[in-house]
Design a protein. Sequence first.
Length: 499
Amino acid sequence: MSQKDAVLSLRGLVKTFPGVKALDHVDFTLRRGEIHALLGENGAGKSTLIKVLTGVYSRDGGEINLNGEGIYPANTGDAQALGISTVYQEVNLLPNLSVAQNLYLGREPKRFGLIDWRRMNREARALLLEYKLDLDVSAPLTDYSVAIQQLIAIARGVSMSAKVLILDEPTASLDADEVRFLFEIMRTLKAQGIGIVFVTHFLDQVYAVCDRITILRNGALVGEYDAAGLTQDKLVSHMLGKELQKTVQQERLADEDSAGEVLLQLEQFGGEHLQPLDLSVRTGQVVGLAGLLGSGRTELCRLVFAVDSASAGRLLLAGQSKTFKHTRQAVMADMGLCPEDRKRDGIFGPMSIRENIIMVLQNKRGWWRYIPLKKQRELAEHYVQALNIATSDIEKPINQLSGGNQQKVILARWLASQPKLLLLDEPTRGIDVGAHAEIIQLIRKLCEQGLGLLVASSELDELVEFADKVVVLRERRKVAQVTGADISQQTIMQAIAGQ
């Protein structure tokens, strides 16, 4: 490819945060009139690359060239003025303003120094008709669906003389028909010579609409590929950093009947962001959830624990049908959830280790049955010792602990409440090797004690190590179930890749 074909090129891009190299000399090239997928798992560097490109972060090294000219965007306004527009999954428009106001915010047509409302509405309507949208542009943005809001955001970006359009997870909240319509618009923009960067976790969509693929892993460039020449299994291997090969198997339950009684039974259970599926967890059994980011692992955990509302099927606990309206009902049914994002959803940062550990137990007892401070300290000290939580004082704020020790405190919180079923969403993400090994050992121990465990993990070697059964999700639906001696990285990756 000659340099003149590139509308955007990044060379040796570096971005460092304290203790982390988020981008390690990354190259990226976007051609005019192409749709280019930017892929990678959590922590791969996709979001950081976009934020550096759009001026949210300053770069620590490397260069960014737009149409062959070096650029240095200091903020998103700079990037937009240069012709780089971004549309996010969470539409970054103003819902209280009208459609026309959102389209022309900051560049409203004027007459005698005042906003020419009639002209703005007329031009807004004409602009949206180019996208096959016949709307009342004077209506508030909130009157329209997420899909329509996405298209309005795209129209705004393109109308600002966009040379580069970045679509960051634009299909995450869209149904199949809305996705098809969005793809039609993307192909139209491609034909107009606009370069589109498409960030998604839906691999089928990548092959449906993209020309080329760039893959990042752990802040580094894995490679750049023509979509037509890269098989899906190779794509998955590049993203995960593991080839499809056999691994040493542990001894595990030969079949379902070798486990205990059925603890959790899902029958065509689903919700807005998860297709209905069947799944069971028995006492003393570890069921793993595998799949790429966005495959539905977290969505399933959130549905079971009533963080999100189920809209289909049945959930049974110990044979009894349950309908949870909120998470406290799940807690009172002896369930627990260790969330994927422990800092945002798991810990109460300024509160002490002791307070974080007794939180759920106190909630189950009711605040009118206060746990005496002496008993709180005994419980906290017990779990600090049992889980080897590294702290000199249980009164220390939990946000002063390392990630691994914070994760252990969250586990201690649920263990103190004596659950029967634990949902662990990425229990070892972002923690050091020592804490990682201890948590894996703890999962085994909990299983031996008769708990039922549903564990979502992007680490396939973990699932192979401790799971008795692995349910594979792709595109938010169950696509495979692997049990017993068939569990291996190879079989799981093949299911993820759609083989």
